[in-house]
Design a protein around this ligand. Structure first.
Ligand SMILES: Cc1cc2nc3c(=O)[nH]c(=O)nc-3n(C[C@H](O)[C@H](O)[C@H](O)COP(=O)(O)O)c2cc1C
Length: 389
């Protein structure tokens, strides 16, 4: 028997249990507004923005929607500099620098993405988002206490049952079960050296669900209503989708990147560490094939990316994706459309799940299922242009 999920709709104050994944550099304010207005949860990554930029981006969104918003931070520890490793990385890249006529770059890499700290906390206390999600674990307890006091629900990604238990113990309100199919960085934080042992979404979601009491959000490889319905059948309370939004009109994705994602087959994506120093799933490109997928002399996250920047600048204007991090999951990216349309499409999967749940015999399941079905009817009517009754 399928247990109906613990409610995320109630926890986050949203209408449909779909989360547009935070995607650094790709999510735009207009994507979040469209997703939020369609009843789902839009996620705004803020790690790479200064407090001023973050404040103004958040206000721009707030002016256009009063719906709940998730803000997201990468939660890595500040990288330790390792000159020997950084030199080795520069040496690995030297032939490419020579090929593009670039001077080999001896300058120390800047930190492209600062770790979550007190300034971020102060920002959260000021802007008060409804949800805060972290990736790569959680910040220290005193920072976490400040986030909670600011009134936000807190979530983070787990890639193993042990990580999920750790996150629940640390006070997360919900856990994102990130399967190996997922695009972008692996959220892994307790088992970072075990890239080859990553677990798929289908195996991970029910096992995490059995181990924790908080709601579980399924992420990784879900890209159509069938995948959404399957995640709910496994017991997930919501789904978080990244790759499915990559080709949306509002995504800040270049035409080169779009072409690569459209052409990608699942077996052409790989988990690699060459772009940032942390494992992430991308569409395979030249540097992944030639130096990776897992290279040994890669500086710690996020330092590796700095030495690639000149190579990207030299190659991308010529239509070459050789050094481009084409973050992408194993699920195909649906054809272009608006982000609100994407939410409506995926909501069909929640309807299917609710119909299944409605056949369960416990009253709690039935009530929840009815709420879902009524919502789903609203989505269907809206999609077909029929006014809501
Ligand atoms: C392009 C891209 C960028 C991502 N950036 C982030 C990020 O900044 N923060 C984060 O928590 N997760 C990030 N992720 C991971 C997502 O949260 C999520 O785990 C993943 O997209 C789910 O798998 P899917 O892409 O198959 O839907 C990113 C994923 C993609 C595809």
């Amino acid at each position: 028997m399928i247990a109906y999920p613990r409610s995320i709709i109630e926890l986050f104050g949203i209408e449909v249990p779909i989360i547009q994944a935070p995607m650094l550099g790709i999510v735009t304010p207009s994507m979040i507004v469209r997703v939020a207005e369609a009843g789902a949860l839009g996620s705004l990554p803020l790690s790479n923005l200064s407090p001023e930029e973050a404040r103004s981006t958040f206000s721009e969104i707030r002016r256009q929607t009063s719906k709940p918003i998730n803000v997201n931070f990468l939660c890595h520890e500040a990288p330790e500099r390792d000159p020997a490793c950084e030199d080795a990385w520069v040496q690995c890249l030297a032939p490419y620098y020579a090929e593009f006529g670039l001077a080999s770059d001896p300058s120390p890499p800047g930190v492209l993405v600062p770790a979550f700290g007190s300034a971020h906390c102060a920002l959260l206390e000021e802007i008060k988002p409804e949800v805060v999600s972290f990736h790569f674990g959680l910040p220290s307890k005193h920072l976490l206490d400040r986030v909670r006091k600011a009134g936000a629900k807190m979530v983070s990604s787990a890639t193993t049952v042990e990580e999920a238990e750790w996150l629940e113990e640390a006070g997360c309100d919900a856990i994102i079960a990130q399967g190996l199919e997922a695009g972008g960085h692996r959220g892994t934080f307790l088992h970072r050296d075990k890239v080859e042992a990553q677990v798929g979404t289908m195996a991970l979601v029910p096992q995490i669900l059995d181990a924790v009491k908080v709601p579980v959000i399924a992420a990784g490889g879900i890209s159509d209503p069938r995948g959404v319905a399957a995640a709910f059948a496994l017991g997930a309370s919501a789904v978080q989708l990244g790759t499915a939004f990559l080709l949306c009109a509002e995504a800040n994705v270049s035409s080169l990147y779009r072409q690569a994602v459209r052409a990608a087959r699942p077996e052409q994506t790989l988990i690699t560490n060459v772009f940032t120093g942390r494992p992430a799933r991308v569409c395979s490109t030249r540097i992944v094939r030639e130096l990776g997928p897992i290279a040994t002399h890669v500086p710690a996250f996020p330092l590796a990316g700095a030495a690639l920047a000149p190579l990207r600048a030299a190659s991308e204007p010529h239509g070459r994706t050789d050094f481009m991090p084409l973050w992408c999951g194993q699920g195909c990216a649906p054809e272009p459309g608006t982000s609100s349309r994407r939410v409506d499409q995926m909501a069909v999967g929640t309807t299917q799940a609710a119909l299944v749940a409605a056949t369960q015999d416990t009253p709690a399941n039935f009530d929840q299922a009815l709420v879902e079905i009524r919502q789903a009817r609203h989505w269907t009517s809206r999609r077909n242009g029929i006014p809501r009754v």
